[in-house]
Design a protein around this ligand. Structure first.
Ligand code: 6CS
Ligand code: FE
Length: 307
């Protein structure tokens, strides 16, 4: 594979940070594709995200949450590398590859309504680049510092272009108390090139607490002055779709109320991974799919009668 001579989204290679204009479209498909309305697509294009209130019915999402709790309490799961614990505690923070470890989440990832939206925005068939349950338990759930996912996926996974999106299904209510997702509207149109070399096996530390590939305060200030910060509070069953380059993070959870979310990254089949940057070794399959990249076949599921 030949690497491009100049990399528009170079990062973690210079001593100074930089803000670069986005080089890729945000919405690749047409309103006529039918999943989101023209108005919704325009809002996604402008802000870099969209909130779909109570996309799943209360009875459906109650089953998802039961399944998430069952997985998190399963000792066989806790012993696997997909299970990441909180810094400073043994509580499970995330379970990666949830859609491959668990048949119900496998169905949710292929949910016909979600896949149709991902295909419409990305303008092609899609596959799951990464999935995880984020459990953010009460009292000990730690923050996720500001970052663009694309910066990590480009550098550490060799994702070529900005043609992926994250889909978060709220499994509990996300409110002002339990550390909801914070997004910077409009930030997806700018790429922040970060300072610092990436250590080997960075994911082992970064999935707990990220310290490389984090944007500098000046660039963050600039983005936030322009776009502000939106706190994505909402009822269980709601869905947040956000562009791979939208700046985001979340606060820790010092409340007793867990914030459980299911997170799936849809990537275009035309944007499969190349080699990571800076000679880094590819991250494991459970963080970053290189083998499981066949186009998803959408399925319709009667979640209420699941099990
Ligand atoms: O390293 C990653 O791929 C993951 N890390 C963060 C903080 N967000 C995106 C992604 O799930
Ligand atoms: Fe992220």
């Amino acid at each position: 594979m030949v690497l491009p001579i100049s990399d528009a989204y170079r990062s973690r290679s210079d001593n100074e940070s930089a803000i670069v204009r986005r080089q890729d479209p945000v919405v690749y498909g047409e309103p006529a594709d039918g999943a989101l309305t023209e108005h919704q697509l325009r809002s996604y294009q402008k802000n870099g995200f969209i909130f779909l209130n109570e996309f799943f019915a209360p009875g459906e999402v109650a089953g998802f949450l039961r399944e998430a709790r069952r997985l998190a309490a399963d000792p066989a799961i806790a012993g696997r590398e997909e299970a990441i614990t909180e810094p400073g505690s043994d509580e499970v923070r995330s379970i990666f590859a949830a859609h491959r470890l668990d048949p119900l989440f496998g169905r949710v990832a292929r949910d016909a309504r979600l896949v149709a939206i991902a295909q419409q925005i990305l303008g092609s068939e899609v596959y799951v680049h990464q999935s995880r349950l984020n459990l953010k338990p009460g009292f000990v759930g730690k923050d996720f510092y500001w970052h663009s996912d694309f910066e990590t996926w480009h550098v550490e996974d060799g994702m070529p272009r900005m043609r992926a999106l994250s889909c978060t299904v709220l499994l509990t209510e996300n409110n002002e108390l339990n550390g909801p997702l914070l997004l910077v509207p409009g930030s997806h149109l700018h790429y922040i090139s970060c300072v610092g070399e990436t250590p080997d096996d960075h994911y082992k530390a970064s999935l707990r607490k990220q310290e490389y590939g984090v944007p500098d305060p000046m660039s963050l200030n600039l983005l936030i002055e322009r776009g502000g910060i939106r706190s994505m509070k909402g009822a269980a069953g709601s869905v947040i779709l956000f562009d791979c380059n939208t700046m985001h993070g979340s606060n820790s959870n010092i409340s007793p109320y867990p914030r459980a979310n299911l997170f799936m990254v849809y990537n275009s089949v035309e944007n499969r991974l190349g080699p990571p940057r800076h000679g880094l070794k590819p991250r494991p399959e459970f963080v970053s799919a290189r083998e499981h990249t066949a186009a998803l076949e959408p399925v319709q599921t009667e979640y209420a009668s699941w099990r």
